[in-house]
Design a protein around this ligand. Structure first.
Ligand code: AMP
Ligand code: MN
Ligand code: MN
Ligand code: MN
Length: 277
């Protein structure tokens, strides 16, 4: 069995539509894939059909943004019922926040002499607006040469196009995921650059609100970092997950299926009641 429980499609900021994503998963010998688009479950139905064709088990997922002590966190929900009403209402709230932020970002770019309205419309199609879409629009307009530059000169705190967003609390996010029968997992725990002590504080607080898992194996972390995360997961009795956070073919550091398998002594998230194998 080979798992990848964190990736994106064109329904959020991924490059591949669900069909192509599942074909790639087959190529990479993945047996269990979770599609986890940002704040939307709209790609899951098509992904499910494609998964059946390729004989891959699709675990329905979503990646939600949350705010904890002023820090942006990402929480992955796995094994969710995409039709659940509580979750749907939460997703709608986050999507509305995104639409509202996108309008303010356009306005901020305009104030800095950069007109992106047409470009962003073309980039978005039906996708939910994310900062990578704005990065692509900046590239298409010749304002920057690549995404790296876009996230250096624009879109981040203190730079044009950055609009702070107050995402829901971790309690709220946990409640949505749990209402939908899923298990909530802290995504890419080392991305937030917390000290080990603060990470443990976060883990304890999030567990108290019903976030029961943490990604331990991700391709961007080395063996020592993975061992450190494994240690926290086992000490704090968290389910451990595996995810590449694949977005596009040009991100060599996050290839689909490239996260190593979990250390043996951990409780894999696919043993949780929410993710029935
Ligand atoms: P958003 O949720 O719309 O604020 O966008 C966050 C997404 O932007 C993340 O999920 C990443 O895919 C992407 N992202 C954030 N920072 C960077 C960066 N420095 N370079 C490239 N992509 C980034
Ligand atoms: Mn993303
Ligand atoms: Mn993320
Ligand atoms: Mn992600």
């Amino acid at each position: 069995m080979k798992f990848d429980l964190h990736c994106h499609s064109t329904f959020s900021d991924g490059e591949l539509p669900p069909q192509a994503l599942l074909a790639l998963a087959k190529e990479r010998d993945i047996t269990h894939l979770a599609l986890t688009d940002h704040d939307t479950v709209d790609g899951l139905a098509i992904a499910q059909q494609a998964a059946a064709q390729h004989d891959i088990s699709l675990i329905p997922g979503v990646e939600l943004s949350a705010t904890w002590r002023g820090q942006l966190l990402h929480i992955v929900g796995l094994g969710i019922d995409p039709k659940n009403k509580v979750l749907a209402a939460g997703l709608k709230r986050n999507r509305n926040s995104r639409l509202d932020r996108a309008a303010k970002m356009l306005e901020d770019f305009r104030e800095h002499g950069i007109e992106l309205e047409k470009a962003i419309e073309r980039v978005l199609g039906d996708a939910i607006p994310t900062r990578p879409h704005f990065a692509q629009a900046l590239i298409n307009e010749g304002v920057v040469k690549d995404k790296r530059q876009a996230f250096k000169r624009y879109l981040v705190r203190g730079k044009p196009g950055y609009i702070a967003l107050q995402w829901p609390s971790i309690d709220e996010i946990a409640a949505w995921v749990n209402a939908a029968g899923g298990v909530a997992v802290l995504a890419h725990p080392l991305r937030y650059k917390l000290t080990r002590t603060k990470l443990i504080t976060l883990v304890k607080e999030m567990k108290a609100c019903g976030i029961d898992g943490m990604e331990v194996s991700t391709p961007v972390n080395d063996a020592q970092q993975i061992a450190m995360l494994a240690n926290i997961a086992s000490q704090q009795d968290l389910y451990a997950s595996v995810g590449s956070d694949f977005h596009s073919m040009d991100q060599q550091w996050a290839r689909l299926g490239s996260a190593t398998s979990l250390p043996d002594h951990l409780n894999p998230v696919w043993q949780s009641p929410a993710v029935k194998l």
